[in-house]
Design a protein around this ligand. Structure first.
Ligand code: 5GP
Length: 116
């Protein structure tokens, strides 16, 4: 429970708005990013709205963070060749726009890409 407005990800988890969901467990959901930045661009999202960013998640529930990474690897194997870039934008000055922790899984042909 949070007292603030639900984020777009909470609304996806609650099925209030549609998403192309590719994986779901009791604790984690993954769906395609609506504005993909790579041939494969998935978001892996812990269902709890308790953590706004990866630093809070690492401090509060490292096991859940490990689960997010394991799901990212599994999805990169399923949707690409198993290789992937994992991005956690942390804070508005780092490009974070949704303040519910999530991992961007980017895959499917990034060999020439930079970190930007
Ligand atoms: P951030 O900028 O917070 O790291 O990442 C938020 C991501 O959520 C962005 O890449 C954006 O494209 C994605 N996003 C925003 N709204 C929606 C939505 O309604 N559905 C889906 N599938 N992705 C969204």
């Amino acid at each position: 429970m949070t007292t603030s407005e639900p984020t777009i990800f909470e609304r996806i988890i609650a099925r209030e708005i549609p998403a192309d969901i590719v994986h779901e467990t009791d604790t984690v959901i993954a769906f395609r990013d609506i504005a993909p930045k790579a041939p494969v661009h998935l978001l892996v999202v812990p269902k709890t709205a308790q953590y706004r960013n990866v630093a809070e998640l690492a401090a509060g529930d490292p096991g859940l963070l490990a689960e997010v990474v394991a799901v990212a690897q599994e999805l990169a194997r399923e949707h690409a060749d198993g290789e992937f870039r994992l991005v956690f934008n942390t804070g508005p000055n780092a490009g974070q726009t949704v303040f519910h922790v999530h991992a961007h899984v980017l895959a499917g042909g990034l060999a020439e890409g930079t970190l930007a």
